[in-house]
Design a protein around this ligand. Structure first.
Ligand code: CAA
Length: 258
């Protein structure tokens, strides 16, 4: 399928998806979100893809939802369309791991989109923020919820109430991003991480994703039980036999997703 607002490349079992609206710092308009959710669903179905990297440009991962497109909408318009709901839920349903590679601005919906991904690798130029408060609204796709779970109430309140930006070093200290790298190395680092994930058993990587995400949605007791049963279940796979045999035979495992 031909896209106008994103660029998709598949190489070495990794789908690299670039947001591509440079004229608006990759602001998320309806077309971009439709195309992105379709491309991610495609990558999820594509047997040649085992991990996904989502990125923007050097200047902006994404500067938020498209303010021009939203500015004249009424409550009825956005409620009726469930603005952003369907696309962001579709992205959240992708089962293959998604790494966000963030350089420059990740603001509002841009920060929220990065948080829907499974983890964030940031360039040292990255700036995160939830500046919706400056527009007279609040975050709409996870900025008061996912951000609070990731960095805690105090910092999430600070970000959402003041609208200030957080630099990459602070984002790493706060636990919003998993690693910070020099801007020039962002893509090589993100692609290397994705290729490493792509080498693993896909049944196991999808199970990791389900189990870690479960930790947000249930009690510790239920989450631990889910994890234990998932661990037990993987003993039914050929990949568990192969992974453990490879360790004992001191060789690389050849996983077959079975
Ligand atoms: N929507 C639409 N257009 C945007 C945009 C956005 N979120 N962010 C930037 N742009 C456009 C600008 O309007 C400008 O276009 P023109 O040249 O046609 O005027 C172009 O991108 C370049 O932007 P700037 O000239 O502003 O660039 P800058 O370097 O001076 O500033 C910035 C960069 C600090 C990111 C600034 O653009 C900015 O503050 N952007 C808006 C950030 C924001 O408020 N995001 C939240 C959006 S609401 C939201 O996301 C709701 C939600 O939770 C779902």
């Amino acid at each position: 399928m031909a896209y106008e607002t994103i660029i998709v490349d598949i190489e070495d079992e990794v789908a690299l998806i670039r947001l591509n609206r440079p004229e608006a710092l990759n602001a998320l308009n309806a077309q971009l979100l439709d195309e992105l959710s379709a491309a991610l669903a495609d990558a999820d179905r594509n047997d040649k893809v085992r991990c996904i990297v989502l990125t923007g440009s050097e200047k902006a991962f994404a500067a938020g939802a498209d303010i021009k497109e939203m500015s004249t909408k009424s409550y009825v318009d956005v409620y009726d369309a469930d603005l952003f709901g369907a696309q962001i839920d579709a992205i959240g349903r992708v089962r293959k791991p998604i790494i966000a590679a963030v350089s420059g601005y990740a603001l509002g919906g841009g920060c929220e989109l990065a948080m829907v991904c499974d983890f964030i690798i940031a360039a040292d130029t990255a700036k995160f923020g939830q500046p919706e408060i400056n527009l007279g609204v609040v975050a709409g796709i996870g900025g008061t919820q996912r951000l609070t779970r990731l960095i805690g109430k105090s910092k999430a309140m600070d970000m959402n109430l003041t609208g200030r930006f957080m630099d990459a070093a602070e984002a790493e200290r706060a636990g919003l991003v998993s690693r910070v790298v020099p801007a020039a190395k962002l893509m090589s680092e993100a692609m290397a991480a994705a290729r490493k994930i792509a080498e693993k058993s896909q049944i196991a990587t999808k199970t990791v994703k389900e189990a870690v995400n479960r930790s947000y949605e249930t009690t510790l007791r239920e989450g631990l039980l889910f994890e234990r049963r998932a661990f037990h279940a993987l003993f039914a796979t050929e990949d568990q036999k192969e992974g453990m045999a490879a360790f004992l035979e001191k060789r690389e495992a050849q996983f077959r997703d079975r």
